[in-house]
Design a protein around this ligand. Sequence first.
Ligand code: BGP
Length: 484
Amino acid sequence: MYHPQNQPFPKDFLWGASTSAYQVEGASLEDGKGPSCQDVKQVPAGTSDLKVCADQYHRYKEDIKLMAEMGFKTYRFSIAWSRILPNGTGEINQKGIDYYNNVINECLKYGIEPLVTMFHFDMPAALDERGSWGNPESVKWFVDFAAILFENFGDRVKYWLTINEQNVLTLSGPVIGTLHLPEGCTNVLKEIYQQNHHMLVAQAKAMCLCHEMLPGAKIGPAPNISLVYPASCKPEDILAAQNFNAIRNWLYLDMAVYGIYNAIVWSYLKDHDATPTFAPGDEEAMKNAHPDFIGFNYYNTATVEAADFDALTETADATLGDQQSGRAIPGVFRQIHNPNLPKTQFGWEIDPVGFRATTREMYSRYHLPLLVTENGLGAYDTLTEDGRIHDEYRIKYYQDHIAQIQKSITDGTEFLGYCPWSAVDLISTHEGMVKRYGFIYVDRDEFDLKTLDRFKKDSFYWYKRVIASNGEDLSDLKAEEIYD
Ligand code: BGP
């Protein structure tokens, strides 16, 4: 839709950026932190482990100061469960509480609103040993952990996110190192969706608890949502797109917002004898929970065609593919490359217009304000001799995506803020340190930790001006804007 004039960004729009504990902090076993599933997993060949990452645990002051220099209104970070509870339940590690108190206070010192993710891919290893999300007790483990967070940080944290990318945990667990299967599991799909069910109930209970304990706070989910296009206008392709939209996107939001299972997904699970078992009270808990906003990560859309059941049974596997690509389920859909879209250096399609389409669709379905909790470009950045990183490709990516947010605002979508991935370079989920996303460059390689010093990328100066102009000035960076 063409609008003769765009609406401005809201005046209290939350500009910022995101990170997650296991990818940025390092200090993986320091000051009493217990191991998480990320610390004990086998990292993909050729990629760094997660022991040091960007060393934010020791450098949070420097990082937050740089974020303040960019003019951040918010910083989205996650709290490592096993830093607070080394065994996942039981005794609290005071040093973990102290660390996050320091991070929160440091943000507030600069007027930066802390936006806290309660769980970002890092189940305590001790709980993995007890069955992880497959154990019905995991609901209580998570709610107890949530209570500790609300109690200790709720006086200063107003914005909370429950579980990062629950749909990715469910659909791509093996790729990001989170899938825990019990020995001898014969129906993997059933097990995965039982785990998913426990997460949905845990999230619902945590949302209710947040509203009870912290009446002024706001809480929402943070799935990875991206619209699924049909490969053509063939009716069979339309059905395939509806299928994948339901499985990838709407299942998570229908449940978070309305407390109901998406009917298409339920029938797909029924076909595979994989519907989850409800514990007494689950249904009520899910119906009682009401998020205040929808947090969501967007990288790119997906495109699918109809997938003949017989042709695919040999090769397809619902657990293959990463967060953004390579998925097929026999008789349900098959993901294909969209010939209209370019790709990043790491093979993810780039679709800013799809960002607008995704947000319009979400807003019409759920009528809640949207908070973008991730969006960004992973690329090989180069540090020049004079300490610069000329990442004009990242600036271009952000120009195009932010422009589409403004168009979506003009379409009538309500937005709370924009937190691209990532504030600082960090370790990717499965592609190591070389896949950089930050506005702030971290001087280390895949295996050589070097100085870990911070450098401002060109995108740092550009984003600073975007924030200062409240999204009005997205023009290219000028040479004189790069200083110090
Ligand atoms: C999302 C995750 C993040 C992050 C990002 C980029 O799926 O929430 O943790 O890493 O994707 O993905 P990657 O690191 O695989 O490039």
